[in-house]
Design a protein around this ligand. Sequence first.
Ligand SMILES: C[S@@+](CC[C@H](N)C(=O)[O-])C[C@H]1O[C@@H](n2cnc3c(N)ncnc32)[C@H](O)[C@@H]1O
Ligand code: SF4
Length: 335
Amino acid sequence: MRFQDTMSYLIRLLKIKFFNNGFPFVVRWDITARCPMQCRYCDIWKLKIKELNTATILRIIDEMAQEGVKKISFSGGEPLLREDICEIVHYTKAKGISAEINSTGYSFADKAERLKSLDLIKLSLDGPKEIHDVVRGREGAYDSVIDAALAAKKQRIPFRFCVTLSGYNIQYVGFLLQLARDCEAKIVFQPLKDIRYLKHCSFIFKTEEQLFPAPEQFQKAIHMLLKCCKEERRLISNSPQTLRHIYYWPKYAKLKCWAGKIFCMISPSGEISPCDRLFYDVQLPNCAQTSFRQAVTMMPRLPFCEGCGFWGSLVLNYAANFKADLELLRKAAQC
Ligand SMILES: C[S@@+](CC[C@H](N)C(=O)[O-])C[C@H]1O[C@@H](n2cnc3c(N)ncnc32)[C@H](O)[C@@H]1O
Ligand code: SF4
């Protein structure tokens, strides 16, 4: 994120705060449910969801640009599996919207040259090869991440490693930090979320005990990250404030959430929701069947929520609550 983007975010946040005219300007868009991985903590790959066609996606992007959306983070599933991903990214950029991709790195090396205009690729990394491949349920998954990082570097595409902290990798935080140093990359850590609200996923969290680190293991890892934040400010994207927020995982510090007001999410079939807690669970308005503006105004409110440790939401929520310390703003500006 450039300095002028940070300033325009701040202006939008001030307007929302003082004129109460919230309208999402950051969107996470799961453009496909297809995925080459079978992660221990996610089973979106099992879903058979009819995806939007290219023309509909471009029409929605047009409308987003008109409504002042600043950033779209394409996610999934594996967004790089969509054959039109390069066209979608180019179109987003041509409309003046910042484009990011959340990815396993799968097939990125083949497409990197055509994705040069990306603002950021966030590469999921869950530990050393033997851990990453087990968590991702696919041999060669780790190699895809490293190949993608090298390709991003070659094409000068900004990239960042994203770690989902779980019982499998909690003791490998030191390794992950060193890998990021070696690759001259930034790294961000997020806790595992219990997606029990997704009916089809609830079995995972009942049967996969190994996913959950002991609280003391988790806190030890956060201590290490806090220390690293102090000593190597540019390495970790988390700020001390957001790390303290997740310290007592799975309980979180209290924080007003602005889901649906400053950010929202879209499912592969075009359903729009304040956050992914509602996906697949309730009837949602669909951006393919109505305009983006109309779909946003029809979005249901979130029911009671105990909070989350999703970094993207935390940065925006701390900023919107004007609780952001300077460190957090600086880190957001460096994204
Ligand atoms: C849903 S994936 C989609 C993009 C791509 N397939 C990937 O894995 O990077 C986006 C991020 O969400 C994380 N994720 C998936 N399930 C999660 C869960 N139950 N709790 C926390 N993070 C999760 C993944 O590790 C990944 O970093
Ligand atoms: S790679 Fe991403 S979308 Fe695919 S199963 Fe894993 S977390 Fe889910």
